[in-house]
Write a protein that binds this ligand. Structure first.
Ligand code: NAP
Length: 262
């Protein structure tokens, strides 16, 4: 199956994984709708997409603002009269120890990584119901599957995301709705530059671990192949996945390895 002519709304499409997904799906002649806050960056991605597909639009949206999410969802539906696929990708990570992290910073991480995708999904479920089908893709993280140092709020938000969308998978309110949860490990994007620190400031640094992560184009290809198969869940990671196994089968080793992480 291809995504040709499917209307695909991608949040966080101005950079990283979202941008790469937009380009890959545009190359299948999908009808792309790019959402994020940075208009200049979105215009650059739009120009690249339009060299691959005849249809690519922009919807400016801060996913933490309920009014912008509701208006953005309505604008996105109005473009082609429907959304076939929603990719909840926008996100922001964290770099600060739990003891040094303010409740305001944690709230900010929850707003972007959990409340944003939850609000957009809530806004779009009625139109998926009217269509009788659709696909929701959620870019979670390995951080949604185990705790890890320096990411308390990010871990909390991604665990919440995991719980919310697994519930959607179990309730299955629309028979033709496929929900796919993607849990990447380290992917080489600029994500650590915009990471939130303990007082809510921006980290502004590329972490060495991030720079050696999986190339973003390889990650995007794996996500699209998972979407195509309508799998419920996939992990995209290298050696980080050992933490999952140790957590389940040999917890002392999990804590030994994880405590050394940052
Ligand atoms: N890179 C990794 O190692 C990794 C691993 C696991 C999971 N992930 C997840 O993958 C997703 C994409 O991350 P990435 O690595 O591609 O990072 P990225 O390059 O920093 O992209 C993040 C995107 O989210 C958007 N965004 C941030 N805050 C937003 C807000 N309030 N409203 C709307 N859009 C917002 C940004 O756009 P604007 O600034 O223009 O709004 C940007 O397009 C995230 O959910 C992240 O948690 C990444």
């Amino acid at each position: 199956m291809t995504y040709q002519d499917k209307v695909i709304l991608i949040t966080g499409a101005s950079s990283g994984i979202g941008k790469e997904l937009a380009l890959l799906l545009a190359s299948e002649k999908a009808r792309i709708i790019l959402a994020a806050r940075n208009e200049a960056k979105l215009l650059e991605v739009q120009a690249q997409c339009l060299s691959l597909t005849p249809h690519c639009h922009i919807v400016l949206m801060d996913v933490t603002d309920e009014k912008q999410v509701q208006e953005g969802a309505a604008k996105a539906i109005a473009i082609h009269g429907r959304i076939d696929v929603l990719i909840n990708n926008a996100g922001v990570t964290q770099r600060s120890k739990l003891i040094d992290t303010s409740p305001t910073a944690i709230r900010k991480l929850m707003e972007v990584n959990f409340f944003g995708p939850m609000m957009l999904t809530t806004a779009l479920l009625p139109q998926f119901k009217a269509l009788g089908q659709g696909q929701i893709v959620v870019i979670s993280s390995l951080a949604g599957l185990f705790g890890y140092p320096w990411r308390s709020g990010y871990n909390a938000a991604k665990h919440a995301l995991q719980g919310y969308f697994e519930t959607l998978q179990t309730e299955q309110p629309i028979p033709g709705l496929a929900t796919t949860i993607i849990s990447p490990g380290r992917i080489h994007t600029d994500i650590t530059y915009s990471a939130i620190t303990g007082n809510g400031d921006t980290y502004g640094v590329m972490d060495p671990g991030q720079a050696h992560g999986i190339p973003v184009d390889a990650c995007a290809r794996k996500i699209v192949s998972t979407m195509r198969k309508k799998k419920k869940m996939v992990i995209i990671a290298r050696f980080e996945r050992v933490l999952l196994w140790t957590k389940r089968y040999f917890p002392p080793l999990f804590y030994f390895i994880a405590r050394k992480g940052n």
